[in-house]
Design a protein around this ligand. Structure first.
Ligand SMILES: [Zn+2]
Length: 1010
């Protein structure tokens, strides 16, 4: 009671202070600035306004911009569709309702236009709503043509005076996107009301925005997820006393990571927003989120800033961010701040589409209740603490409503729009300057181009990488003749102090030849910035003051796609004879006719596509390299029979594969490559990480049954249905006990995930259950054990590898915890250990992979023992005695005794067992059952490719991909994550090879003698 009293007194004190501040604030406008307030003559919708007041829980959770609703005789308010005001308790509209309202607005007002911008994976529409003056909307095309000249300064020959002329006349476009994160539910109603205000309010403050610029709004970005979230909320309303199910699926594939797709552009929502942003030549992309009290404008984040953003942009962030805080502070709204903890290093966020395309990226975190209930909200001390960047922090405890959230969102956006409009000439000029600096990059910071050679052994993956760049609106060219460029000399890492070295001639530049047909990504184009950011290397210093990277620290696309990319500084590359390429097609086809065709194996994922496409053909894999007709074929190359040339040609087109007729089967050993029956397992804990695996398999056309751990628990004979079980990473809440036990179920109600009258959109194309809570259970563990014992192949990665090891599915492998190691979403080097394993087919000695802190695998040759972690140099020294380090010792008075010569095993090898250790040791693992390491992590000095690697010696040389024979089957464990965010195509084939060779994984295996 006392505590509540204190809180009430505290709130009252704040209220008094804030009322004083808000009065003081409105009086201090700058010269010529328009007051942020309603015009006294502006008619007001009294009934609507009364409800705004009613649903706002404190008078200081609003502003003079949104505490009333302007009235219109002709234009319907959001109430027409919602049945109440925007932000009313209990009301959460489906995307369809939001669109219905936007189209009502369009019908009633010449100031609103609605555009369809594409469909989601599940076929739902995405829209963009333009609000501006009728004149601006009538002249959209003419204005777009003007903006296009600023966006691509080559069209005006980089003429600054011409740019100034356009800047003085053009109408800028400010693009706002809502609800990419489905449990962050407030934006759609805020944006409905915002569109209405912008369309009808005649107060000067709003009129200036309307006449001066085009506000473009996508009210719902994750449309599939929005509909599921509204379903869940409806279920909650009709079962008010029950727990309601967590939103396990958002979009068809991924959840929170839908805002990490702006590099790979794998999801439709990213592609649609990117296309809209680029097509409209917009200046700003402002994305709305809800996870921080009350408005965190992380436009101006903490460092380190992304190295490829223009410093002009980072200055704009500060200008806009701090002005936004200032405006809202003057309204007396508490808890508005910028700076915060967010670094802008990774370009994966949706808003970063703007940062990487010469615009301005912005993001709000406001405070959402995950639905439309009004709730008491208690904050942690770090949320209400006063910091240098948050002088007016949120209150420790408040009653918070969806309307409060809508007030903050709209107030922030209106002040942002107004400020942007007031300074639009500056921002338009900056837009031009950033584009110009992208075009003049080769002569400034460089490089001049990136070259992807025509003789890359992985042309299908190369084409995929180039298609990502094309989605990013990057222009791709192809050399029409062979050419050469000068590459700078590689500097040695640390110049030695020895005088001798200094006298040596510095390393000389080298020349590299590229064949005709090589792809050139020119850096003298307006969107060179994104190409540079994706193709270059990243280095995050362990000494960086930022100790908690917000997301991945490295992503170099050439490395992760497994294709060659050369950064060329030499400006001569721009003079090479080349042509622009519209469509990227890797050469595919069959070069003749025969009964047998061979396809070389370069670990192209499309080989797996071919296997599943050619159902009736017989395909064998060569277990050793061979030559035929003067051509060399590597291990794992396909030998195809029972397919006509036409069938093969049809199946192979678009796959970037080339088939060669061979006169006879080669003499090397072969085994069948079969289309394995795949079970793809998910939990009901989180589907975040597995979604990236699902979309990869779907895009490759690999069929699978999508089943949950609950299904596994009921399937006593998994081998009858499946050859391979894929258990991709779980992500959040993924400990072994959570996978087995599921969600807590000691109390409370079942949590259904299925279509019901209240939840018609839940299932989509995913999975359903009457109760999400049960996990794999011990029956499921037994079923998995049986599956492997009877010959099945189980494939796990990162956290599911930990799970497989915890339940004893892979003897001889243990997992250690990192002490000081910090590898935060980085690209690391791995090394081939056993090239004869089918899992390694098509791979080279070195392979770059995505790693996020392990896990660290260690091997033991003794059952149940933990493999030791051995750091640094080996320390097997001789005992103290006579002689040098390598000399034999002696003992006075008797002949010397030889120390037995035993093989030393490397960190990635099964430790050698000597006679003593083998004596009557039933725990010794028989050689055929010991772990087979396919890839290991590189040595410590070679571990970092891109990103942050600190304390890497803890994982250096340890196994990265291990095949553990268990019973008659195999458990294949990944420490790296081979399938991630559409960025890691280069490691997909480690998974696909396991699938295709499921019944021949022991091929090429050499066993230890004892
Ligand atoms: Zn969010």
């Amino acid at each position: 009671m006392i505590r509540n009293e204190e809180i009430r007194m505290h709130i009252l004190r704040c209220l008094a202070l804030l009322l004083f501040l808000s009065v003081a604030g409105t009086a201090t406008l700058g010269d010529g600035e328009t007051a942020p307030a309603r015009d006294a003559k502006q008619p007001v919708d009294d009934a609507y306004t009364a409800k705004i007041k009613k649903y706002t829980t404190q008078p200081f959770f609003t502003s003079p911009l949104v505490d009333y609703l302007p009235a219109s005789k002709t234009v319907p308010t959001p109430e027409a569709v919602l049945g109440d005001v925007a932000g009313a308790p209990g009301i959460l509209p489906y995307a369809e309702d939001v669109y219905k309202y936007m189209r009502l607005l369009e019908k009633a007002s010449p100031r609103v236009k609605v555009f369809s911008i594409g469909k989601t994976e599940e076929g739902r529409e995405m829209i963009a709503v333009a609000v501006s003056s009728p004149e601006n909307l009538k002249n959209l095309e003419g204005n777009r043509a003007q903006l296009a000249k600023l966006a691509d300064p080559r069209t005006i020959k980089l003429n600054d005076e011409e740019a100034d002329r356009i800047v003085a006349q053009a109408v800028p476009v400010y693009y706002i996107t809502g609800t990419i994160h489905s449990p962050e539910t407030g934006a759609p109603t805020a944006l409905m009301e915002l569109a209405y205000r912008l369309a009808v309010d005649e107060s000067p403050y709003i009129r200036e925005i309307r006449d001066g610029m085009i506000t473009l709004i996508t009210p719902v970005v994750e449309v599939d997820g929005r509909d599921r979230m509204v379903d869940i909320y409806h279920w909650h309303l009709s079962h008010p006393k029950d727990f309601y199910p967590p939103l396990i699926y958002w979009g068809k594939y991924v959840a929170h990571d839908n805002n990490r797709d702006a590099m790979g552009v794998t999801l439709k929502l990213t592609e649609n927003v990117l296309n809209t942003y680029v097509d409209w030549k917009a200046q700003v992309l402002h994305d709305l989120h809800e996870s921080v009290p009350y408005l965190y404008d992380n436009t101006a984040g903490d460092g380190p800033f992304n190295a490829w953003v223009d410093p002009i942009l980072t200055d704009e962030w500060e200008m806009i961010g701090w002005r936004n805080v200032s405006d809202m502070t003057k309204f007396g709204m508490p808890g508005v701040f910028t700076h915060g903890v967010f670094d802008t290093w990774s370009p994966g966020y949706l808003m970063f589409i703007a940062a990487m395309h010469n615009g301005i990226s912005r993001l709000y975190e406001t405070f959402g209740n995950g639905g439309a209930d009004t709730l008491p909200r208690t904050l942690d001390a770090d949320e209400y603490s006063r910091t240098w960047y948050r002088q007016n922090p949120p209150l420790p405890k408040v009653l918070w409503s969806q309307r409060d959230n809508n007030n903050y969102e709209q107030t922030g956006l209106l002040t942002s729009l107004h400020y942007f409009n007031e300074n639009k000439r500056l921002f338009l000029k900056n837009f031009y300057l950033k584009a110009k600096r992208s075009v003049t990059k080769p002569g400034a910071e460089g490089p001049s181009a990136y070259v992807l050679p025509a003789d890359d052994p992985r042309l299908a993956s190369q084409a995929e990488l180039l298609r990502v760049l094309q989605k990013q609106a990057v222009e791709i060219s192809r050399a029409t003749a062979a050419f050469s460029v000068t590459l700078p000399a590689k500097k040695s890492a640390k110049p030695k102090k020895d005088a001798k070295d200094v006298k040596d001639a510095p390393p000389a530049p080298t020349t590299r030849e590229f064949p005709a047909g090589s792809y050139i990504v020119r850096m003298d184009q307006p969107y060179s910035r994104i190409a540079d950011a994706l193709l270059d290397y990243q280095y995050w210093s362990p000494d960086d003051p930022q100790k908690t990277p917000y997301d991945d620290t490295g992503w170099t696309f050439g490395e992760l796609f497994g294709v060659q990319v050369t950064r060329v500084v030499d400006p001569k590359v721009l003079d090479v004879a080349m042509e622009r390429v519209k469509e990227i097609n890797a050469p595919s086809g069959v070069s003749g006719e025969a009964a047998i065709y061979a396809i070389n194996n370069n670990a192209e994922p499309s080989l797996a596509t071919l296997r599943y496409k050619l159902h009736d053909a017989s395909i064998e894999a060569a277990e050793e390299p061979f030559e035929s007709g003067g051509k060399k074929f590597s291990r794992g190359s396909f030998l195809i029979r029972n397919a006509t040339r036409a069938q093969l040609n049809d199946a192979i087109s678009n796959l970037g594969l080339q088939a060669t007729p061979v006169s006879a089967m080669p003499s090397v050993k072969t085994h069948p490559v079969r289309a394995a029956r795949i079970a793809f397992v998910h939990t009901w804990l989180s589907t975040q990480a597995e979604g990236w695996w699902r979309i990869a398999l779907d895009n490759l056309g690999i069929p699978y049954d999508y089943i949950s751990t609950q299904t596994i628990s009921k399937a006593s004979d998994l081998n009858a249905k499946y050859d391979v079980i894929l258990f991709p990473p779980v992500g959040f809440f993924s400990g072994p006990t959570a996978i087995i036990n599921g969600l807590p179920s000691a109390w409370g109600n079942p949590l259904p995930w299925k279509n019901t009258p209240e939840t018609p959109n839940l299932v989509g194309k995913n999975d359903s259950t009457d109760d999400m809570r049960p996990g794999l259970g011990w029956e499921g563990v037994a079923n998995l054990q049986n599956f492997v014992a009877k010959g099945g192949v189980l494939l796990t990665a990162t956290d599911t590898s930990r799970f497989a090891l915890a339940i004893g599915l892979a003897d001889g492998v243990s997992v250690g915890n990192a002490q000081k190691m910090k590898i935060v979403g980085s690209v690391v080097g791995t090394r081939l250990v056993d090239g004869a394993s089918p899992i390694a087919y098509g791979y080279d000695e070195k392979l770059s992979a995505y790693c996020d802190n392990g896990p660290i695998f260690s091997l033991s040759s003794v059952s149940g023992a933990r493999g030791g972690r051995r750091l640094g140099a080996e320390s097997h020294t001789r005992p103290t005695g006579r002689g040098t380090m390598d000399d034999p010792d002696f003992t006075i008075g008797r002949p010397g005794a030889e120390v037995p010569d035993e093989p030393k095993s490397e960190i990635w090898e099964n430790p050698f067992l000597n006679d003593e250790q083998l004596h009557n040791n039933f725990r010794a693992i028989p050689p055929a059952n010991r772990a087979r390491v396919i890839f290991r992590y590189a040595d410590s000095k070679d571990l970092l490719i891109s990103g942050l690697v600190e304390g890497g010696d803890e994982i250096a040389q340890h196994p990265a991909v291990v095949d553990v024979p268990t019973g008659n089957g195999h458990v294949v464990l990944f420490s790296i994550n081979p399938v991630y965010r559409g960025e890691t195509r280069g490691t997909y084939s480690l998974v696909l090879n396991t699938i295709l060779n499921f019944d021949s994984l022991n091929a090429g295996r050499k066993l230890a003698e004892k």
